[in-house]
Design a protein around this ligand. Structure first.
Ligand SMILES: [Zn+2]
Length: 359
């Protein structure tokens, strides 16, 4: 049966009516539609643009489709109706069109340097095999490739680029030649500068962004997914590394301490910033709203955080929202989240693909 929802559809300020006919939005009345919500504030759902459905709590790869599905359902219950999986050691193409799960955009496995990255997570390749591996992972994913741009180099005792500049640049070209967008895990300063100049589509974390690289991102339209929840864990990482790798520990703390200003500068420069929690492994699922509160605390206005975590983020992922013919995903909140983002923690209604999910 068709559904009917009335409320303030953000970002507009007017009360509007929406009809959902299967998985399609209609702005024209549908006779006999059931009214499932009247009042409140309506979003086309939240996004989590940096999420790992293939990494189990604790950091090991997920081992079954059911396990990946359960993680996605935690996000769904939090109002997340679109997920970009930023790298998965477990392939789960069977879930791409699962009607119960949030819309998915997936990278394949992380493409990582040998013997440096998290064990069992990435496919680890030397420089001369990176471009070919990127091509393979572009085919394994649905539109995205995930590169590990830098990580600790234990010989140097500090963060260091995963490969040389030429290899990083060739990785970007290989993804684009395969018709995929490419993003990279970047903590330190050099890899991110190289990748942005090479035309990468998105930067994950971006703690090492300097003002000139931020300017370049704004000029090119390169996106940033800060994952502020992840960056808050740098203190624990540094404490554990302090004895063996003091330079790395110091570097991580400096990156953490400067990150709020980096995010604010990127926003002010006009870099498109999107919401991603980095759920998977050590970070719990269902925290997209918490990430949005952190982005706001860093200086991004609440209405812009909402865009980054909802309609603008969906558009970036290629998912139409609450427009005529759009996709029938929405969340309803009791109060205006532009006045207080904490409202997002408690969705009153979740509709995914035209079906009422909760409460
Ligand atoms: Zn991640």
């Amino acid at each position: 049966m068709a559904l009917h929802v009335r409320g303030v559809v953000l970002p507009d300020d007017e009360v509007r009516d929406l009809w959902l006919d299967g998985d399609r939005v209609s702005l024209e009345p549908i006779a006999g539609a059931e009214t499932v919500s009247d009042g409140g504030f309506v979003l086309p759902g939240l996004i989590d643009a940096h999420c790992h459905l293939g990494i189990a709590p604790g950091g090991r790869p997920v081992t079954s489709l059911d396990q990946a599905r359960e993680l996605a359902l935690i996000d769904r219950a939090a109002g997340v109706l679109a997920i970009r999986d930023a790298g998965s050691p477990f392939a789960y193409p069977e879930l791409d069109d699962d009607v119960d799960l949030p819309r998915l955009r997936r990278a394949g496995r992380h493409v990582a340097p040998p013997r440096r990255y998290l064990p069992e997570i990435g496919v680890e390749v030397p420089a001369d095999q990176v471009a070919a591996e990127v091509t393979r992972q572009a085919a394994a994913g649905t539109g995205w490739v995930k590169l590990v741009g830098d990580w600790i180099d234990r010989d140097q005792g500090d963060l260091a680029p995963a490969w040389d500049d030429g290899t990083l640049t060739a990785a970007v070209a290989a993804a684009h030649a395969a018709g995929a967008r490419i993003t990279a895990h970047c903590f330190e300063e050099h890899s991110v500068a190289t990748l942005v100049r090479a035309g990468i589509d998105c930067v994950e974390h971006g703690t090492g962004l300097t003002p000139d690289v931020i300017e370049e991102m704004a000029r090119r339209g390169t996106a940033l997914v800060p994952t502020m929840i992840n960056i808050e864990t740098f203190g624990t990482i540094a404490a554990r590394a302090q004895e063996k790798f003091p330079r790395y520990a110091k570097h991580m703390l400096a990156l953490r301490d400067g990150f709020g200003s980096v995010v604010a500068a990127a926003y002010e420069a006009g870099v498109p910033v999107y919401v991603g929690s980095d759920a998977g492994g050590g970070i719990a699922h269902g925290l997209a709203a918490a990430e949005m509160e952190l982005l706001h605390a860093a200086g991004i206005p609440a209405d812009q955080v909402l865009a980054a975590g909802s309609w603008a983020g969906r558009a970036w992922l290629g998912l139409p929202g609450l427009v005529e013919g759009g996709l029938a995903d929405l969340t309803v909140y009791a109060a205006d989240p532009r006045r207080d983002l904490r409202v997002l923690r408690d969705p009153q209604l979740i509709v995914l693909r035209g079906r009422v999910i909760a409460p």
